[in-house]
Write a protein that binds this ligand. Structure first.
Ligand code: NAD
Length: 496
């Protein structure tokens, strides 16, 4: 069992006061760790350490900062199997998915390491031949990083790696549900020997610990990934400060669109992967399958058959496709949406519910729930994020209707279209609202060198991963005159 301590200024800090436990979602008898419920004074200490570290860290060459990241990659690669097992245990994610997540986090660090030798700005022309102008990126200062539980390894690196490579310092607050993996990250950061205060980690609740961090006057950037409700609250708070900016990556009500010419193998496999990987608890999971009437019958039959065959159980078992959901409140939420679907008149295609018995009794295991429902913009189950193995098949009669139904939610994160017709795929590409789009693929499976971020309620228009550099740096203009006299742009006269 892990006895977690806040990691501040390069040291693990003993704290007195309230603590919280993290349990294994597949077996709630097992306590994985105990962590401090940090208070305002702990947050102040962490931000103070990050502020103090900023001037020296910023002054270091960008390439030297990158070398710390390369060293971190070596440590994380060595620890990969243990980290993957911990992600699997702590989140309930199938072990192969946990390994893929750790790989993705390492890829992000490798990508960022590569960028430190790349240009950090541009040289641009001036109207005046004797002037050179530069666009240079400058770090901003202390960055607050607040993350969800479903990607406890990859998301922190999507956000922290570009932040520190560009010369910012960080205070990171992980989800309470994944404090164990954050603790292991702190140990790896300490082993690498990042200068004290460059990355600090504090544990605790969102309302107390997270909000203190958002409200702290010295956190100039807030990088948040989580639900749309919390993200919206954070945006409002940041707007109260003249200098604070936030980039929020939030939920989705993603759709897989199966057109009348679809390759049915791609459609059915894509639907199962999109709906049920990580038990549907990915921001990129598809909870809506929009299917053309012409292929609906075959699709539904095969989708339900394949979903019934999914192995549900201990996520550490390599044959398991779907582990438990994260906690009791998520389990209850999904069950309540299953009931709501029936109340809203859905036709159930595969009944889902809590699994019991010796294999499942001690964990939060759910079987998949699949239903058919005609689109109705007032339907809560068709428009709200559920975040579990709960998926609607929505029949449509045309490409036009598929696009209309796709856009009829307040979210816009990911879509996938299954079609053999490149003209139809192009219509979807140009007329649907999304941040990440796929053709003949599941809605999951992002790669770090692409932007990651949604539109509408799903994001703030400032994607993370490879494009986060735009959020954590300020583009400055720097112009030099080489002439012995002053000549102005726009033909302005300066003679006295
Ligand atoms: P959440 O919004 O409940 O919590 C996310 C983080 O915010 C946690 O660290 C939490 O402690 C903190 N928090 C909660 N309330 C806060 C407050 N008032 N002030 C400051 N911080 C606060 O989300 P979750 O349940 O951890 O994760 C699931 C959600 O995350 C889903 O909506 C999912 O779609 C979304 N998600 C989005 C992306 C993306 O990149 N778009 C990726 C993964 C998950």
């Amino acid at each position: 069992m892990i006895k977690g301590k806040n990691y501040i200024n390069g040291r693990f800090i003993e704290t007195k006061g309230e603590t919280f436990e993290k349990k294994n979602p597949a077996n709630t008898d097992e306590v994985l760790g105990v962590f401090p419920q940090s208070e305002e004074k702990d947050i102040n200490e962490a931000v103070k350490a990050a502020s103090k570290a900023f001037p020296d860290w910023r002054s270091l060459s960008r390439i030297r900062r990158g070398e710390y990241i390369d060293n971190l990659v070596q440590v994380l690669k060595r620890e990969k199997e243990g980290l993957s097992a911990l992600v699997s245990k702590e989140v309930g994610k199938a072990i192969s998915e946990a390994r893929a997540e750790v790989t993705e986090g390492i890829h992000m660090l490798q990508y960022v390491f590569g960028t430190v030798r790349m240009p950090m700005g541009d040289v641009v022309a001036s109207e005046i031949a004797e002037k050179d102008s530069f666009m240079r990126r400058k770090p901003k200062g202390v960055v607050a990083v607040i993350t969800p539980w479903n990607f406890p390894f990859a998301i922190p690196w999507w956000l922290m790696a570009p932040s520190v490579a560009e010369g910012n310092t960080v205070v990171f607050k992980p989800s309470k549900e994944t404090s164990c993996i954050a603790h292991r990250l702190a140990e790896c950061i300490q082993e690498v020997g990042f200068p004290p205060g460059v990355i600090n980690i504090v544990y605790g609740s969102g309302e107390r610990c997270g909000m203190f961090l958002v409200r702290h006057p010295e956190t100039v950037v807030v990088l948040f990934t989580g639900s749309a409700e919390v993200g919206q609250e954070i945006r409002k708070v940041c707007a109260e400060y003249p200098e604070k900016m936030c980039a929020c990556e939030m939920g989705g009500k993603n759709a897989l669109i199966v057109l009348d010419d679809a390759d049915m193998n791609l459609a059915v496999n894509g639907a199962v992967i999109s709906a049920f990987k990580t038990s549907g608890q990915r921001c990129t999971a598809a909870s809506r399958i929009i299917v053309h009437e012409k292929v609906k019958k075959e699709f539904e039959k095969r989708f339900v058959e394949l979903s019934k065959r999914m192995r549900i159980g201990d996520p550490m078992d390599p044959n398991v496709f779907m582990g438990p959901v994260i906690n009791e409140s998520q389990l209850k939420k999904v069950l309540s949406y299953n009931d709501l679907a029936k109340k809203e008149g859905a036709e159930v295609l595969l009944e889902g519910g809590r699994l019991t018995g010796p294999e499942y009794g001690k964990g939060y295991f759910l079987s998949p729930f699949i239903y058919r429902k005609k689109h109705d913009h007032r339907s809560r189950v068709l428009t709200e994020e559920v975040f579990g193995p709960h998926v609607a098949v929505i029949p449509v009669k045309s490409l036009e209707e598929a696009i209309e139904v796709h856009n009829a939610t307040e979210y816009g994160l990911v879509l996938s279209v299954i079609t053999e017709d490149y003209r139809k795929a192009r219509e979807i590409r140009d007329r649907c609202d999304y941040g990440l789009g796929y053709v003949n693929l599941p809605t999951i499976g992002a790669e770090v060198h692409l932007p990651f971020g949604g539109v509408k309620k799903s994001g703030t228009g400032l994607p993370s991963a490879s494009t986060l550099i735009d959020v954590v740096t300020h583009r400055t203009a720097w112009t030099i005159n080489y002439a012995r006299e002053i000549k102005m742009a726009q033909g302005m006269k300066v003679e006295l």
